[in-house]
Write a protein that binds this ligand. Structure first.
Ligand code: HEC
Ligand code: HEC
Ligand code: HEC
Ligand code: HEC
Length: 194
């Protein structure tokens, strides 16, 4: 009897740790740019001026016809429901909180903040609680610090060879991490050290 109780107890412990483990960082979901806008109006307005903020438009028929033809795509086709394109022209495609379809998740279209900064459901809670949070804390909760060398692989999920608009089509599409970092959005000084 004692053995069974000890056994059950350890099972419970394992289950608890597994649940806690899954809710830290790994379990972070996408929340959308409107959430970030509430605290980062300047960056939001700067991002709105970039091509990323209207990237979903490019999937509509007739838009960027010449560029599509050059990349061997059909300029008259509606690509707004094409899984292959959605992965890169929306935010968090197929992931928790991310884009599913235009009807279900209209706010998750385009390449939003979380494409570069990571899924926000957990790190925004930390930013909310403590304005002087440390980068390590938010990183453990899913935040991506885009300037770090390790962030390049996140960019390449979309800017890599799988994109129909790669350097093979035109050298202007070549992705040079250091150069691109400068053109993401206008930057504004932070108040605190993180
Ligand atoms: C409740 C307010 C709040 C929300 C919501 C919020 N943030 Fe923040 N964030 C902050 C504060 C406060 C800071 C620190 C500001 C400072 O130091 O001046 C910060 C800092 C940052 C930084 C700079 C980190 C660094 O040190 O380099 C980034 C990037 C950032 N937030 C991205 C986001 C993104 C993306 C979202 C949406 C998913 C978001 N934030 C949502 C409050 C928030
Ligand atoms: C979810 C896919 C995705 C991720 C992840 C992503 N990008 Fe992009 N990015 C795009 C798409 C799509 C465009 C083109 C927008 C358009 O013209 O439709 C783009 C455009 C850009 C532009 C040009 C903006 C402009 O207005 O000219 C820069 C700079 C850029 N990305 C940098 C980065 C960096 C740096 C990272 C990683 C930290 C990154 N991107 C991650 C999909 C992504
Ligand atoms: C692996 C990610 C990825 C996939 C898949 C993808 N794109 Fe893109 N797309 C990008 C990136 C990154 C850019 C920006 C390239 C740059 O400016 O360097 C882009 C740019 C574009 C542009 C603008 C080109 C220009 O010169 O302004 C159009 C149009 C476009 N994509 C349509 C599509 C369509 C249609 C599909 C599906 C058939 C698709 N994309 C699939 C990543 C992707
Ligand atoms: C294409 C990638 C990309 C996207 C999309 C993006 N950012 Fe950034 N963000 C960066 C980079 C790169 C930095 C600079 C990191 C550094 O130099 O410390 C940065 C810095 C920041 C900072 C720190 C302060 C500053 O102005 O530099 C905040 C806050 C921030 N971003 C919020 C946002 C919000 C909010 C959005 C969406 C509305 C967003 N970002 C979209 C790449 C991106």
């Amino acid at each position: 009897m004692k053995k069974i109780i000890v056994g059950l107890f350890s099972l419970l412990l394992v289950a608890t740790f597994l649940t806690i483990g899954a809710t830290i960082g790994e379990g972070a979901g996408y929340v959308g740019a409107a959430k970030c806008k509430a605290c980062h109006m300047k960056q939001y307005k700067a991002w709105e001026k970039t091509k990323m903020a209207t990237s979903f438009e490019n999937l509509k028929p007739g838009v960027k016809a010449a560029e599509k033809t050059k990349a061997k795509l059909d300029p008259n086709k509606d690509y707004t429901t094409d899984q292959k394109c959605l992965k890169c022209h929306t935010t968090g495609y197929g992931k928790s909180g991310g884009f599913k379809s235009f009807a279900e998740t209209p706010k998750m279209v385009n390449v939003q903040c979380e494409a570069c900064h990571g899924p926000g459901s957990e790190f925004t809670q930390i930013m909310k609680k403590n304005k002087e949070f440390k980068l390590d804390e938010v990183k453990a909760a899913g935040y991506v610090f885009p300037k770090e060398a390790s962030a390049e692989k996140e960019c390449l999920e979309c800017h890599g060879g799988e994109s129909p608009f790669s350097e093979k089509v035109d050298p202007k599409y070549k992705f040079v991490f250091k150069d691109r970092l400068k053109n993401t959005h206008e930057h504004f000084p932070l108040k605190y050290k993180h």
